[in-house]
Design a protein around this ligand. Structure first.
Ligand code: SF4
Length: 486
């Protein structure tokens, strides 16, 4: 919808299910993951000896309007994309499909490699030719150039060279492989089809969409191989690293009906809203939300404070999440037509408006003005996450640090900028208190405090996210450490 949000990167899906229409199931899975990327979509199907791929720019139902019946097979992977690295080009649409000495390999990637510019430069110096500007192509090149005999060893060797965030679904002609990076930055879960097939998906809502039962999350640093009816697990790196699932999956990215690493997204958002009510201690006539991502937290705020929830803003449900489109002009148009105030609900009232985050502050200011024009007496803005101060290097388009309003303004200055009567953010401690069910225990919250879970080899090149490989490559030895928490 707007530039006041962080943008998720991608959604991935993979299925191994003989006797099932895997292309159609992948289509449904991608449809459930559409919120994770709206620029492009792709499906690749294998039938044991050959592969077929369909990809295009646009939403899932636009790309696959007519082509699914022509994709027979028993293995498939799919991808929906929002570009953070690499530009918005047709050549960058995933899955990527390459031929190498050992056969063919298709791959879909969610995340961001923090040493991709460095690896790409080395590969190019060694003779590799790149067809795209996405960091995912670095991974397929590493796999293709590996001297190891079988594909699993090639993948394991490659994963030991890349750094950063990656969840992958990889397909050969006869097997499906799911991989999660050693810190587990991005989510990936495993499900079982009713007839015994296996499914990987970025979120459990996609398992529900195809009737699969959630089995478990893929563990950080784990590779799962589906080969025939077998499922095998293999560790990618010897040492265990602290888990660092992106906390923004719970704040904003993931669908509320998903369960990630044991924590329900819906329950986490309710708890954030309740905690925000406790911390702010605000009194008002009504609680409203910025739909849809602020709605669950607003209900939590309302239930904790006893202040009634009202529908003070209405979202046009038929224009899609236009903010995910990368061009600024489209974003501005989307903000103007997407939301409207419900004047009879807010007129003459003191209003608590709950939203999940503020990035630049421009859209929050527009919404506050909209509510005042509709007659709201007082507007208290409550944000169910802490101020975003630092950029993300792990696949989230946070924009450059200087564009993050909280990196240069105090909370009081932000309040004045957006024109609210008061402004409250959830504390970092309060956020962690709200997300207590995460089975693996560790979360990344570096964009709030600057303490990154890993070293970021190419921090300068990655800041602002949309770097293009041809224009930049980080120098060897330029390795700023993860910043320490102030
Ligand atoms: S830095 Fe922020 S957006 Fe990036 S992975 Fe960590 S918590 Fe998520």
């Amino acid at each position: 919808m707007n530039e006041d949000k962080l943008h998720e990167e991608c959604g991935i899906f993979g299925i191994y299910a003989p006797g099932v229409d895997v292309a159609l199931n992948t289509y449904w899975g991608l449809y459930a993951l559409q919120h994770r990327g709206q620029e492009s979509a792709g499906i690749c199907v294998a039938n044991g000896y050959a592969m077929d791929i369909r990809r295009g720019m646009g939403l899932v139902n636009e790309v696959f309007r007519d082509s699914l019946p022509e994709m027979p097979g028993h293995i498939a992977i799919g991808h929906v994309r929002y570009s953070t690295t690499g530009s918005s080009l047709a050549a960058n649409i995933q899955p990527l499909l390459v031929s190498y000495a050992g056969g063919r390999i298709a791959m879909a990637h969610n995340g961001n490699l923090t040493n991709a510019p460095l690896l790409r430069k080395k590969l190019e110096q060694g003779g590799s030719v790149f067809q795209t500007t996405v960091d995912s192509e670095v991974i397929v090149n590493l796999i293709a150039r590996s001297k190891k005999k079988n594909v699993e060893d090639r993948i394991a060797e490659s994963m030991n060279q890349v750094e950063g965030a990656y969840c992958l679904v990889i397909m050969t002609e006869d097997r499906l492989i799911g991989v999660r990076d050693p810190n587990g930055f991005r989510p990936l879960c495993l499900g079982r089809m009713p007839d015994g097939g296996w499914v990987f998906a970025s979120e459990s809502c996609a398992l529900d969409a195809v009737g699969a039962m959630m089995i478990r999350d893929v563990e950080p640093g784990e590779m799962l191989i589906v080969d025939g009816k077998e499922l095998r697990s293999r560790r990618l790196v010897a040492e265990k690293r602290p888990p660092a699932l992106c906390v923004f999956e719970y704040i904003y990215f993931a669908r509320p009906d998903s369960v990630i690493d044991g924590q329900s997204v819906h329950l986490a958002r309710l708890a954030m809203g309740r905690q925000l009510a406790i911390e702010s201690g605000l009194k008002a006539d009504i609680v409203i939300s910025v739909p849809d991502s602020g709605t669950t937290a607003a209900h939590g705020f309302s239930s904790q404070s006893g202040i009634p929830f009202a529908e003070g803003l209405i979202k046009n449900r038929y224009i899609g999440r236009t903010f995910i489109q990368p061009e600024q002009k489209k974003r501005d148009a989307g903000v103007r037509i997407k939301l409207n105030a419900v004047a009879p609900a807010v007129a003459g009232k003191s209003v608590i408006m709950v939203d999940d985050s503020i990035v630049r502050g421009t859209t929050s200011g527009r919404i506050v003005r909209m509510l005042r024009d509709a007659g709201a007496k007082k507007i208290h803005m409550c944000v169910s996450s802490p101020p975003i101060v630092y950029p993300c290097y792990y696949g989230i388009d946070t924009t450059a640090r200087k564009e993050l309003i909280a990196s240069s303004k105090t909370i009081e200055q932000i309040r004045r900028y957006i024109g609210a009567d008061s402004l409250y953010y959830l504390s970092l401690e309060g956020l962690h208190k709200a997300v207590t069910q995460v089975a693996l225990g560790g979360l990344c919250s570096a964009c709030f405090h600057g303490e990154y879970p890993t070293e970021v080899a190419c921090a300068k090149e990655l800041e602002g996210s949309k770097f293009v490989f041809e224009e930049t490559a980080c120098a060897m030895g330029q390795k700023p450490k993860g910043r320490k928490r102030p």
